[in-house]
Design a protein around this ligand. Structure first.
Ligand code: PMP
Length: 439
């Protein structure tokens, strides 16, 4: 008997599907990746088991949330202890756990600045707050965002999201100008940094008032298809944005927490110090937790009014946040991401030699993707082959995700504890998936 049997949870597959179809709103039913439902029952470390007992290597980490591994004992212990003692403590009262965590998060930021933290329970809430902060602090309205960005589903976050599949046909917030993403594989201006910075200036000069509230950037775009900002882009962009009165906002919801291997926050590899950093997902290892970390003087403008996120600074979520930081340090998971990520990327590059459908392999650390094309010269995206390979990966016991504007990428963002021993299995599973799908 498992924990969920005891509370009258029915595990019969057809009934699970029927109940979801019947009671989930259309808005929550739409997003189903495979041709037939996949029902998960259990996770441990980098592995998942479905309701029939089949094991999978989790290369999606439940959408980049499970950073240190499923059911990590330290995280379970921290959550259980806190939930038993005090499950919630609203922010108007004092509790040491969120404050300790705020101190520990601030310590991960570049030194020489005075960082403060505002907790939320999701990434989109944190993005909304970042946009409000930038506008309040600067007195300017215009925000620049990148094409192919994803920042969340709420009104504010959706308004700065640059993928039409996530933008609903409703009036979005005004005052957002999009600029071409510096995609080195298929960006409109080809490879290089300078043409994209020139385009940023043109955009500021034409699509904004000329005075900016800020620019929001994912150092390594996630849903957009693992698009890494090229060297010099973030520094050049933020310099231009600051010259127009704007703030530098970095979205580390997917790319942060050691995932890119080289640095703890992905922006640190770009020689920039942001004014506002947004984080969520992996910081809570699957427990809802988000945060805006900002320079004290930037955050100060919000002191005049209440800004109350009911579950922001929840002691259970922040106890988990603390445990996650401890585990990353104790188990050397940032370095693991660097080493295992490099081995996996090498394996993916080998596959590219073998399978013509693979046009590009990119990313770093444990934030990787392969992009499928119909023809390597034209780089025409190949969503059909991607869908077939994707279906096959499931049979091979791999959980990956279809990503990108054209749904032509297989994105791999596993828990940071993916082991060296898993790499051969992942590469063999992908190899077999291509062989089966392309034959
Ligand atoms: N920013 C990025 C880069 C994201 O990937 C996401 C979620 N996929 C968000 C923000 C929004 O986070 P949430 O879904 O927790 O609101």
């Amino acid at each position: 008997m498992t924990a969920t049997d005891s509370v009258d949870t029915l595990w019969e597959a057809d009934a699970i599907v029927a109940r979801r179809e019947r009671y989930y709103a259309a808005s929550q039913r739409r997003f189903v990746p495979y041709e037939t439902p996949l029902i998960f029952r259990r996770g441990a470390g980098q592995y998942l088991w479905d309701e029939g007992g089949k094991r999978y290597i989790d290369l999606l980490a439940m959408n980049v949330c499970v950073s240190v591994g499923h059911a990590h004992p330290e995280v379970v212990k921290a959550a259980s202890a806190q939930i038993a003692e005090l499950t919630h403590c609203t922010t108007m009262f004092y509790h040491p756990v969120p404050a300790h965590y705020a101190e520990e998060l601030a310590a991960t930021m570049p030194s020489g600045h005075d960082w403060v933290v505002h907790f939320t329970s999701s990434g989109a809430e944190a993005v909304d707050l970042a946009l409000m902060l930038a506008r309040s602090r600067t007195g300017n309205n215009d925000i620049v965002a990148l094409a192919d960005s994803y920042h969340g589903a709420t009104y504010g976050a959706q308004s700065v999201t640059g993928i039409s599949g996530f933008r609903h046909g409703i009036a979005q917030l005004g005052g957002v100008a999009f600029v071409a993403e510096p995609n080195q594989y298929r960006g409109v201006f080809g490879p290089g940094t300078a043409p994209y910075l020139a385009e940023l200036e043109r955009t500021i000069d034409t699509a904004t008032s000329g005075r900016l509230a800020g620019m929001i950037v994912e150092p390594l775009q996630g849903y957009g298809g693992i698009v890494e900002m090229p060297p010099g882009y973030m520094a050049g962009a933020f310099e231009r944005v600051r010259a127009r009165g704007g703030l530098a906002i970095v979205d580390e919801v997917q790319s942060g927490l050691g995932r890119t291997g080289e640095t703890f926050w992905a922006f640190e590899a770009h020689d920039v110090v942001p004014d506002i950093v947004v984080m969520a997902k992996g910081i809570g290892n699957g427990i809802p937790l988000g945060a805006v970390v900002a320079k004290r003087e930037v955050a100060a403008c919000m002191a005049e009014k209440f800004l109350f996120h009911t579950y922001g600074a929840n002691p259970v979520a922040t106890a988990v946040g603390r445990a996650v930081l401890r585990v990353i340090a104790a188990e050397g998971l940032q370095d693991n991401a660097r080493r295992v990520g490099a081995a996996l990327k090498a394996g993916l590059l080998d596959l590219q030699q073998k399978h013509d459908a693979i046009g590009d392999v990119r990313g770093k650390g444990l934030m990787l993707a392969i992009e499928l094309v119909k023809d390597r010269a034209s780089k025409e995206p190949d969503p059909e082959t991607t869908a077939r390979v994707f279906e096959e990966t499931r049979r091979q016991g791999l959980v990956v995700s279809k990503s990108g504007r054209h749904r032509s990428l297989l994105r791999m963002v596993p828990p940071l504890c993916l082991a060296m021993e898993d790499v051969a299995d992942v590469v063999a599973g992908l190899d077999a998936s291509f062989a089966a799908a392309v034959a």
